[in-house]
Design a protein around this ligand. Structure first.
Ligand SMILES: Cc1cc2nc3c(=O)[nH]c(=O)nc-3n(C[C@H](O)[C@H](O)[C@H](O)COP(=O)(O)OP(=O)(O)OC[C@H]3O[C@@H](n4cnc5c(N)ncnc54)[C@H](O)[C@@H]3O)c2cc1C
Length: 368
């Protein structure tokens, strides 16, 4: 089956790799001509995300390009550490932290190594049903025909709207998130741990990689501003915005932010709590296109990876796309909506085993 995959991000590349293993013929269309933007942005793949990569043998390159954390410490506004939770990592890889640009590059390289074509600079603009499949339309005017189209095109998915023109817009969570990393020396270190700091106005988290670089993020309550205004904020602007949220507090946050150069990235955080329609007979959504969570649980990428592998298994084991898409939605919807709701309430809680222990057995058959 020729599968058109819109989006060469986390879900798109992994969906393509899993589909290829499943015996299909995927081709990926990525809107951006090159990777490497969003300097400053990084993410953490949790155990369940790494498990999904392991299911298709793609965890190795990500492990090689990332570093580990083994637990979380909680620090309150006085600077006192009030709690520590170890991740249960027995037999599991996770969490693994790396820059977003590195993760995209590693996954795209691995997909290319497996013989998957990733066509860059191909922005999907539309699609229509044709006998036996779907024809996708691109901004360059060239069309592509396949048996099905996977919308792995992220938060502002075009495919979501093609499936349901009345689909809700992503919802602003009320938080602006700023990410950064710095090689500055002399900062408080958190090797092998995520130190989560609750300031009086905002939340902060940081960890130190094995080379001594500090990776940090700040989640700051903020009023919604127009997209163009957010897009125009410079790295210095994001640094100043984040710094102001922690200035004057007896915490290391402001010092870490001040010691960061231009490797800063910020933006409003959005979620997509419920997507009424996940598929048509020829189109289906995966990752943020189907469901996006606020960053509270650090699970968006991991859930996208789970989706990708489960979708490919369904398309491998069931006789036609309609039954495959129905089985996929049945396996995924409840779990991802539970995560989005928990993240929105900032109430992911201490009991996270239901998130981390998710396991995908690639060889187990989906029976519909
Ligand atoms: C700054 C930041 C930090 C985050 N940190 C974490 C974290 O620590 N842990 C975590 O699990 N999650 C994190 N998330 C969420 C996580 O990044 C997303 O959940 C994840 O990227 C979803 O993967 P995806 O493949 O669905 O979408 P994306 O990674 O967004 O990929 C979508 C791809 O589709 C392409 N595209 C878009 N439109 C089109 C089109 N019309 N045609 C063709 N291509 C198109 C885009 O260019 C992009 O490459 C973070 C998000 C942000 C913004």
């Amino acid at each position: 089956m020729r599968v058109l995959v819109a989006g060469g991000g986390i879900s798109g590349t992994v969906t393509a790799m899993a589909l290829k293993l499943a015996g299909h013929d995927p081709v990926v269309f990525e809107a951006h001509a090159s990777g490497g933007e969003d300097i400053g942005a990084f993410l953490t793949l949790m155990h369940n995300g790494m498990d999904a990569l392991r299911a298709i043998g793609a965890d190795g390159p990500v492990i090689d390009a990332s570093f580990a954390a083994f637990g979380v410490e909680l620090v309150v506004p006085t600077g006192e550490t009030v709690g520590r939770r170890e991740f249960d990592t027995e037999g599991l890889d996770g969490p693994r932290t790396l820059t977003r640009a590195t993760l995209y590059r590693v996954l795209q390289d691995e997909a290319a190594r497996r013989g998957i074509a990733i066509e860059r600079g191909r922005r999907l603009t539309g699609a229509k049903t044709v006998p036996g499949g779907v024809t996708a339309e691109f901004a360059d005017g060239v069309t592509e025909t396949g048996d099905v189209l996977v919308g792995a095109d992220g938060l502002r998915s075009v495919v979501r709207r093609l499936i349901d023109p009345a689909a809700d817009e992503p919802r602003y969570t009320g938080l602006t998130v700023v990410y950064g990393y710095t090689r500055a020396e002399g900062l408080p270190a958190a090797p092998g741990i995520y130190r989560m700091v609750r300031g009086s106005k905002a939340a902060f988290g940081f960890t130190t990689d094995p080379d001594g670089a500090t990776f940090w993020f700040a989640r700051i309550p903020d009023e919604e501003r127009p997209r163009a205004e957010i897009a125009a904020v410079t790295p210095a602007g994001w640094r100043a915005f984040a710094h102001a949220a922690f200035a004057g507090e007896p915490l290391p946050c402001a010092d870490i932010i001040a010691a960061t150069g231009d490797e800063v990235f910020g933006g409003h955080s959005h979620d997509v709590p419920e997507t009424r329609l996940w598929s048509t007979p020829e189109m289906v959504l995966a990752g943020d296109a189907a469901h996006a969570a606020s960053p509270a649980a650090g699970q968006g990428a991991s859930m996208a990876l789970e989706d990708s592998v489960v979708l490919a298994k369904c398309l491998r084991d069931l006789p036609d796309p309609v039954s495959a898409f129905a089985a996929y939605e049945g396996l995924r919807r409840e779990r991802v909506e539970k995560l989005v709701a928990a993240s929105a309430g900032q109430d992911v809680g201490e009991e996270r085993d239901w998130l981390y222990s998710h396991h995908i057995d690639w060889d187990a058959k989906i029976t519909g």
